[in-house]
Design a protein around this ligand. Structure first.
Ligand code: G6P
Length: 609
């Protein structure tokens, strides 16, 4: 779980690599390192800590004149975060340096073999084994050595490699982990994703899986791992480096929360057919006939995407009349799921790179399922390996805690429900009602965002509490889970999400004056029941923060604090009720002075099992 950057060209490599690493820090940030070639020898600077620490430590020591290099920001898998375990790794003779994202599964066996040949290892990492292997085979032909070494490894990799005596060649390769080439004028960039290089070039090549790339200042060649030349396409990336900056907000997370009116609109742009009360989703690559024959959907995802899937399941069954179930990707792949020709598997992933989700996708495809994706990252592994799908178009999400991707996922799931539902039991008029309600959501979200200051005040009263409970029912049970996840991710407060009615079967024992309850109590079919739950909390001295429907004055009698959201139809209510919960978690974490965009122990995209 790491970010890699490589550069070969005419500029000083060090600042380019550091800039690139900073943009990739969301991929992991427990250590960082850079390797450059200085007058025919490798120079490596690496350290425990963040990229800024690496920059401060190496900046003055790096001699000018090096125009080729590789760099890495790490999220530990094998071995603790330390200088020795930080990348780049070098071979025994210090002739080649390598950075790696992924996992070498057979590293222990390879390491034993190399040790018997006399190699002394400097780190505990799986990556060093690969560096030592490349070093072993390197006799002046770097591409040959990399290809030979990769033939011996099992597992996943995105790598960048340089050799001290070959200052014109940068080699990259990938299997399972992402890698993008940036094409400049007399220069090339290599990175885990395009955000590291967009400030230098907008022309990129998303490398296909199992490929190898050789870059020098004037030329590039793309091959498969057996060195057979492959075809590729140069694409234009349409977001700028500025889009990645915080846009005046103190944190990316807050910026992304405030982007939601736009990102929700983007997710339905050109897809919502209000007059027909339906939707069109061209990327599904399925003809109408196939869509009509589907009678079961399995949603597979992790984390926040899994919560979106739970809402999707509810929409699908209640509104579209299609039987649906939700699986954790990490569990799905180790079960033996029953998949028939009328089952559609939908994988949901913001990054499109989550290892568990990718593995589940492959498992489902292997069993003959049609697998579709709901992804944000264009050109990501999941987007490429699914048979079709729908992009979120939410733009890059940098805050580790997912916010805008969640609401975009809900929007796409609503569109999908409309599309499948209109083929089954949704009438034209009902379709129009849903489509119109969906169209109103962005403005309604804007209205909720205006309450930011009031939500901050509530956070100010509660930020010192160490436990929270989140309750919701029906469509808003997954929102309770998501609200609790947001709080624990960024503030390190223990928070549990629960179906409101289940509270009496256990969690009620926890209720006292020190345990605030956040209760989603909208005016829907379960309103009265949830109100009873709130009264049970009050009776035990608990404090309630309620998320309620605009105009509901009654609830003020029962809740210490009320945050209102506009009225919408029940299936779309999670798109609104989640917004105050995102803001509440954000402000509580800010009062606790937590590192909101990069919470401890977490990573934006988990590309290991
Ligand atoms: C990580 C992130 C979560 C995210 C989950 C799934 O755990 O920290 O925020 O929800 O992965 O990510 P995906 O990119 O597949 O949606």
């Amino acid at each position: 779980m790491c970010g890699i950057v490589g550069y070969v060209g005419k500029r000083e490599a060090f600042p380019v690599l550091i800039e690139g690493l900073s943009a990739l820090e969301y991929r992991g940030y427990d250590s960082a390192g850079v390797a450059l070639i200085d007058k025919g020898s490798l120079v490596v600077w690496k350290n425990k800590g963040k990229v800024a620490q690496l920059k401060a430590f190496a900046e003055k020591k790096v001699k000018p004149g090096s125009t080729i290099g590789i760099a890495h920001t790490r999220w530990a898998t094998h071995g603790v975060p330390s200088q020795a375990n930080a990348h780049p790794h070098t071979d025994a003779k210090n002739r080649i340096a390598l950075v790696h994202n992924g996992i070498i599964e057979n590293y222990a066996a390879l390491k034993d073999k190399l040790k018997k040949e006399g190699v002394v290892f400097k780190s505990e990492t799986d990556t060093e084994v690969l560096a030592q292997l490349v070093g072993k085979y390197y006799k002046g032909d770097l591409v040959g050595a990399v290809s030979q070494a990769l033939a011996e490894v099992d597992g996943t990799f995105g790598i960048a490699v340089i050799a001290g005596d070959n200052p014109d060649v940068l080699v990259g390769a990938r299997r399972g982990s992402p890698l993008v080439v940036g094409v400049g004028d007399g220069e090339y960039f290599l990175a885990s994703d395009a955000s590291a290089i967009v400030r230098y070039t907008k022309r990129v090549i998303y490398l296909k899986d199992s490929s190898l790339v050789v870059l020098n200042r004037s030329d590039h060649t793309i091959m498969d791992l057996d060195k057979k030349v492959m075809t590729y396409e140069i694409q234009h990336v349409d977001y700028t480096a500025e889009a990645l900056a915080k846009g005046g907000f103190p944190h990316f997370m807050l910026k992304e929360i405030f982007e939601q009116p736009d990102t929700i609109r983007n997710a339905m742009r050109g897809r919502l057919l209000v007059d027909d009360g339906s939707a069109r989703l061209d990327g599904l690559n399925l003809v109408m006939q196939q869509l009509r024959q589907i009678n079961r959907i399995i949603f597979v995802a992790c984390g926040t995407s899994w919560h979106a899937a739970l809402v999707g399941e509810h929409m699908m069954e209640e509104i579209a009349g299609v039987s649906a179930e939700v699986e954790y990707a990490s569990e799905f792949r180790y079960r033996n799921p029953i998949i028939d020709p009328h089952t559609l598997v939908f994988v949901i992933s913001q990054s499109g790179e989550t290892a568990d989700t990718l593995a589940a996708l492959r498992e489902a495809a292997n069993k003959g399922a049609t697998v579709l994706g709901i992804c944000n990252a264009v050109g990501s592994s999941i987007a490429r390996e699914t048979h079709g799908g729908v992009y979120l178009h939410a733009g890059p999400e940098i805050g580790v805690a997912s916010t805008k991707a969640f609401t975009s996922q809900l929007t796409v799931l609503a569109l999908l429900t409309l599309l499948l539902g209109r083929m089954r039991r949704i009438s034209h008029d009902e379709g129009i009602t849903i489509a119109q309600a969906l169209q109103e959501i962005p403005e309604q979200v804007k209205k909720i965002l205006k309450q930011n200051a009031a939500i901050k005040d509530i956070a100010k009263r509660y930020w010192k509490h160490n436990n929270f409970i989140y309750l919701g029912r029906s469509y808003n049970f997954p929102v309770a889970l998501e609200g609790a996840l947001k709080l624990k991710e960024i503030s390190y407060i223990h928070a549990e999400g629960y179906p409101a009615a289940e509270m009496k079967h256990g969690p009620i024992a926890l209720i006292d004056k020190d345990l605030p309850s956040v209760v989603i109590a909208l005016k829907d079919s379960v309103y009265e029941k949830v109100l009873s739950n709130i009264q049970e909390i009050n009776a035990r001295g608990g404090q309630v923060i309620a998320i309620a429907t605009e105009g509901d004055k009654n609830i003020k009698k029962y809740a210490a604090h009320v945050i209102y959201v506009p009225k919408t139809i029940p299936m779309l209510s999670p798109l609104l009720s989640v917004i105050p919960l995102q803001l509440l978690a954000y402000h509580i974490a800010a009062f606790r002075k937590c590192e909101i965009d990069q919470p401890r122990n977490l990573a934006k995209s988990v590309t290991v099992e």
